[in-house]
Design a protein around this ligand. Structure first.
Ligand code: SF4
Length: 468
């Protein structure tokens, strides 16, 4: 299996990788497909020239799409914006223009009618069969005949696949695909390869990356990922006020950060204050995510705060921390994220929040354990401890917004990750429950979890609101 560290950590925008970045990427991809087809069709059958677009959102995308800004994301994608290069200010102006003119002007295609109010449909019927996050894109000619129709699934972490790809994944993602020096598809294989080669988990992951890009490019991109994560923490710590949406949730990271700075060095400081630092780093990221800011999937947007918080905690609070180890942290975390994605799910709509914050905590625990000197066995143990104690956690975002419980949940996920890494480092890596079994337990729990608790906002906290 090969899932690049840069597939796991993708720079994009909030508030959701599955409900924002995925639909945006799907829209971009549909336009690319249409361009490829329109070139041929226009020459052969003039009537097949596309003249309009319709989009239908299914399942969780329909139920919580408004709160997750899925509608805005689709518009951005149809305006040819990509998550990693979005200029938010420019995009807002173009969305306003689209709402007014109801016409798209994609490069390389004729003008296309698209009325955001009527041509973007939230379908509250049964979800599509392939995944809870389904989308149907259609291009129609002037007579209303379908020129191109495609189903996409947003499968978590910003990944998007067509219905056909969902049925048979591309070979590059298959176990043992040729060319990767360490094609580990589960934790047992990962540990065996580490034992046989003497390489660390980060070392094996780096060697896999070198098949597709140069060493300099790998390091440059890892630096860019950390710079984006840390930039997000800094922005979140510098802003206060209210987050967008009906809940009127206030940002808290900045105020708590200022308290912590004032208390620094005071004799009265309690040891568990360290967890407050962890919490504000995570909350800063998730407040930025909730505000639609620039965020790195880790492995998703909803769970984007855990990995940066633990990495910043390592750099700022652990004696002897080495900035040169940031890459090893990210590579180790990505290895664990890849195993979970391959063998279970990182999608809240598929597995509940255990798949998002649970996976993020396992990744962060593994990364921290590795840079603190853990052996591959201890790293695997750290990931397992963190994941095990998120099993069963549901996804129940209030109002369909990635705010309550998501922001605090990242803070607590980061705290659990540090505890898990620390506990693993106290042992020798031998432990009762292998990570692979824990991942299977998560998959089975997710499969049997009621859809009420899988990013539909139909159960849990989402239906137990305080009276105002
Ligand atoms: S509850 Fe968890 S899985 Fe659901 S949206 Fe929030 S962070 Fe994501």
């Amino acid at each position: 299996m090969f899932l690049s560290v840069f597939d796991v950590f993708k720079i994009g925008i909030g508030p959701s990788s599955s409900h924002t970045m995925g639909p945006m990427s799907a829209a971009v991809r549909f336009l690319d497909m249409l361009r490829a087809q329109a070139d041929v069709a226009a020459a052969a059958i003039p009537a097949a020239v596309p003249a309009a677009i319709k989009v239908r959102l299914h399942g969780s995308l329909a139920f919580t799409g408004k709160g997750h800004a899925t509608d805005r994301a689709v518009l951005l994608g149809l305006l040819d914006y990509r998550p990693d290069s979005l200029d938010v200010d420019e995009a807002e102006g173009r969305i306003a223009e689209l709402v007014q003119t109801r016409r798209l002007h994609p490069a390389g295609l004729p003008a296309l009618d698209f009325d955001p109010d009527n041509d973007l449909i939230f379908d509250f019927g049964p979800p599509l069969p392939g995944h809870a996050n389904g989308m149907t894109f259609q291009a129609l000619d002037k007579a209303g005949r379908v020129v191109l129709s495609e189903i996409f699934y947003s499968i978590g972490g910003g990944f998007v696949v067509t219905a056909a790809e969902r049925e048979s994944p591309p070979a590059a993602f298959e176990t043992g695909a040729a060319g990767w020096p360490y094609p580990f598809h589960n934790a047992a294989a990962m540990l065996r390869m580490a034992r046989e080669s003497g390489a660390s988990i980060a070392g094996m992951k780096r060697a896999n990356e070198l098949v597709v890009r140069s060493a300099a490019e790998v390091e440059e991109k890892l630096d860019a990922v950390w710079a984006a994560m840390n930039g997000c923490i800094e922005r979140g710590l510098s802003l206060d006020g209210q987050l967008p949406g009906s809940l009127k949730v206030k940002r808290r990271a900045k105020a708590i950060h200022q308290q912590l700075l004032r208390e620094r060095g005071a004799n009265s400081s309690l040891p568990h204050v360290a967890s407050d630092w962890l919490s504000i780093y995570a909350m800063a990221v998730n407040e930025e995510n909730a505000a639609g800011g620039k965020v790195v999937t880790a492995p998703t947007n909803g769970a984007a705060g855990v990995v940066p918080a633990v990495l910043r905690y390592y750099l700022d609070h652990c004696a002897g921390a080495e900035p040169a180890k940031v890459g090893d942290f990210l590579l180790t975390a990505a290895a664990i994220g890849g195993l979970i994605k391959h063998n279970a799910s990182i999608s809240g709509a598929e597995a509940g929040c255990q798949g998002e914050v649970g996976s993020a905590a396992a990744m962060a625990a593994a990364g921290l354990c590795a840079v603190l000197g853990g052996t591959p066995e201890q790293v695997e143990n750290a990931a397992e401890i963190a994941l095990e104690h998120h099993l069963g956690m549901t996804c129940d975002p209030v109002g369909g917004l990635v705010q309550v419980p998501c922001i605090e949940r990242n803070a607590i996920g980061a705290t659990k990750a540090v505890a898990a890494a620390s506990l693993a480092l106290r042992g020798d890596g031998q432990h009762f429950m292998p990570l692979d079994n824990c991942i299977q337990a998560m998959r089975q729990t997710g499969e049997e979890m009621s859809t009420k608790f899988k990013e539909t906002s139909l159960g849990g906290l989402a239906v137990n609101l305080p009276e105002c």
